[in-house]
Ligand binder design. Structure first.
Ligand code: FHN
Length: 445
């Protein structure tokens, strides 16, 4: 029906002003006119196909073996924390070993902290000498070595970048995690974003070859600040159009962002309490979690998840149409805890047999349930039976005629009945050591 209300000129002016403001660079509302390039759209699809990545939290903080928040948790001053890099000397770091471990685990990408909230750059930065090359006895750039090795081994490398900074005086006004650590009560916020942060991002996007993207974290420290997102996002997309912007701000995705990520949660569940329940139907999804309880190396944390838990987590994540980014915190000397290594190998062994039901798939036609989840690829539907002991499994209706049902592990035929009311499967009894009975349905298209 046509509106009979008179045209309200002042309302129109407000709308126009807001629209102009949003479109101006340097605004918090992100890259509103962003049209992902064809390379970016292709990179998003490839990202979804990869399904499993290695998250690495590693920095000067690893030396204290007390997690990546140690600067904040111990309420150290900047002067005190400045001593830490003096004895950070990761002489056992070997990029080949790290990338090979990711590969053996069946992981297709690595996301590593290029700098965490302590602001300490783990790369050769000319923007500030608060970095591993200038301040440590090691004097080398591990990210360069890792980038080169990842390129050699065909692993995509993403850089985690903390927008929150506990060290730089220009991170001012301070945010929710602020404590008096000796920084002056003034600072140049615009310089922090436009010169420091964008300067370092430019380095990361020009000195390390093609990278997978930037994984942002820390905006939640100052949720109402103007983060100049439009400017920063445009810079990244201009430097490397295929690079994906993955923001861990725990909010609804904004224009210019390429992946929606969730922390310690399956998309939409918000069991962690700080994630949004909104799940994008448009963007690839990712969920990150720790292999034990910590992100950065914590010497007192032996609460490792078992291989079966890890596999189930991966399967449930894929069933939720999402990638899993699984974290390890290497030792300060560059070695990786053998407990991580054995568990990652076990997941890799499982993937070498069941990978068809994970890689390249999307969430399947049935909603995740207690019994399990589904994934799908072309004309195959993978039924992941995770927790079901009865002889018959009754499922809701599945579209398309089911031509066959087979166990993925050995191709043996499974009895299947399909009616308009649903599908009934007769899977074999679970084996003691089996974490996931995968039944492959081939569906006529
Ligand atoms: O504070 C960080 C934390 O140290 C870690 O990096 C995780 C990884 O998702 N993100 C932040 C909390 O949201």
């Amino acid at each position: 029906m046509k509106s009979t209300r008179p045209f309200n000129i002042s309302k129109a002016l407000i709308i126009l002003t807001v629209a102009l403001f949003i479109l101006l660079p340097g605004n918090a509302s992100a890259q509103t006119d962003y049209q992902p390039s064809p390379e970016n759209l292709q990179a998003r699809r490839e990202f979804q196909d990869m399904k499993f990545g290695m998250f690495i939290h590693w920095g000067a903080y690893s030396v204290l073996g007390d997690g990546e928040w140690v600067f904040h948790n111990r309420k150290l001053t900047v002067e005190e924390y400045n001593r830490l890099p003096l004895f950070f000397d990761p002489e056992k770091f070997d990029a080949h070993t790290w990338a090979s471990l990711a590969k053996a685990a069946g992981m297709k990408y690595i996301t590593i902290t290029s700098r965490h909230h302590d602001g300490f750059a783990m790369f050769d930065s000319k923007v500030s000498d608060w970095n591993i090359v200038a301040r440590t006895p090691y004097k080398k750039d591990p990210l360069k070595m890792l980038a080169d090795e990842c390129h050699r081994q065909g692993i995509k490398l993403f850089f985690y970048y903390s927008q929150l900074d506990w060290h730089n005086p220009d991170y001012y006004p301070r945010g929710a995690t602020n404590w008096p650590n000796g920084r002056p009560d003034h600072g140049d916020w615009n310089a922090y974003l436009d010169t420091y942060m964008d300067g370092q991002l430019t380095e990361l996007l020009t000195n390390y070859g093609p990278i997978g993207g930037i994984w942002f974290d820390g905006m939640w420290d100052k949720p109402d600040a103007d983060w100049h997102l439009a400017k920063t996002y445009a810079l990244i997309h201009q430097l490397q159009p295929a690079a994906l912007i993955i923001p861990n701000h725990h909010q609804t995705p904004r224009p210019g962002e390429d992946v929606q990520t969730f922390e310690r949660d399956l998309p939409g569940q918000n069991t962690a309490g700080f994630n949004t329940k909104y799940v994008s139907a448009r963007l690839p999804l990712e969920s990150c979690d720790t292999l034990n309880d910590n992100w950065g190396f914590n010497i007192g944390d032996s609460n490792y998840k078992s291989p079966a838990e890890l596999v189930r987590r991966l399967v449930r994540t894929a069933g939720a149409n999402s990638n899993l980014l699984l974290n390890i915190g290497p030792y300060p000397n560059g070695e990786i805890d053998p407990e991580f290594v054995t568990r990652l190998h076990a997941v890799g062994d499982w993937l070498s047999k069941y990978g068809d039901s994970i890689y390249g798939t999307r969430g399947g036609p049935l909603a995740p349930a207690n019994w399990g989840v589904t994934t799908q690829k072309e004309n195959k539907i993978y039924i992941h039976v995770l927790d079901w002991n009865a002889p018959l499994l009754a499922l809701p209706p599945i579209e398309g005629k089911i031509m066959s049902a087979q166990l993925l592990i050995d191709g043996s035929k499974i009895d299947v009945t399909q009616t308009i009311d649903g599908v009934v499967l007769k899977p074999p009894a679970p084996k003691a050591e089996e974490v996931d009975r995968v039944v492959v349905l081939t569906v006529a298209k």
